[in-house]
Design a protein. Structure first.
Length: 240
């Protein structure tokens, strides 16, 4: 370990950003006790009273767990559907784990607020990029820093892995609303329910067709919660 607190880690795994002959310096203390550790107590849905406060770390676990399940479900179809491209499970899980790390610095913004104004959304994205670079500056030295940044920046790109991650992020929100709204009877969560039909409608688009059976199940859950009209579920539509 060098005097700055960084531990030298040799990258021998070919999956590590193709930097076979490089080394990266990892600040262990920063990793376990610095900025990323704050994800334990950065809470989502902070504008509502909730029965079970959910941290960003907890949310990220569920997104990764759902991604593992959905990724394997998609890969199970590959032999039966020659048009279906296999999913890189390792890449998918890496993206799931890192996709919200910047929120240790920015906090979590409610979806309706974050996506309600395109100009505001762009400003928040730029601020998140700046914070993520700072997090990685403190955590890693070496060329891998750029690799981790790209992993975060492209987490929800148009690839199958990106589409699945978007869907699993949605599943994590739906799961929380199911817990709070149906299982726990929390009516104060309504502000976060308002945009769910639009959110659901996104997954009716052609690029998410390979997930359609799972999307339809989500529509049924939304109907049960009283969030989505049953006619839209039967037609396989949301507000896209």
């Amino acid at each position: 370990m060098c005097s700055s607190g960084f531990r030298v880690v040799h990258l021998t795994d070919p999956a590590c950003f193709n930097l076979h002959a490089q080394t990266m310096q990892l600040n262990i203390k920063e990793m376990i006790g610095g900025s990323p550790a704050r994800l334990r107590w950065v809470y989502r849905y902070s504008t509502s009273r909730v029965r079970h406060p959910e941290s960003v770390a907890e949310h990220s676990f569920f997104v990764a767990f759902y991604a593992l399940m959905v990724g394997r479900w998609v890969n199970n179809k590959v032999d039966r559907d020659p048009q279906q491209m296999p999913v890189n499970i390792g890449l998918l899980l890496s993206r799931a784990v890192i996709h919200d790390v910047e929120e240790c610095a920015t906090g979590d913004f409610p979806r309706n607020f974050k996506h309600g104004d395109p100009e505001l959304h762009k400003l928040l994205e730029n601020a998140a990029k700046k914070e993520m670079k700072g997090i990685l500056d403190r955590l890693i030295e070496g060329p891998d820093q750029l690799g981790f940044y790209a992993l975060w920046l492209n987490a929800k790109d148009p690839s199958s892995e990106g589409r699945i991650l978007e869907f699993c992020d949605f599943l994590a929100v739906l799961g929380f609303l199911l817990q709070e709204g149906m299982g726990e009877g929390n009516g104060t969560i309504g502000v976060h329910v308002e945009g769910m039909s639009v959110y659901y409608g996104k997954f009716q688009r052609t690029e998410y067709q390979f997930l359609q059976p799972l999307v339809e199940e989500c529509g049924t859950i939304l109907e049960q919660l009283g969030i989505l009209d049953s006619a839209l579920v039967k037609q396989g539509k949301g507000d896209s």
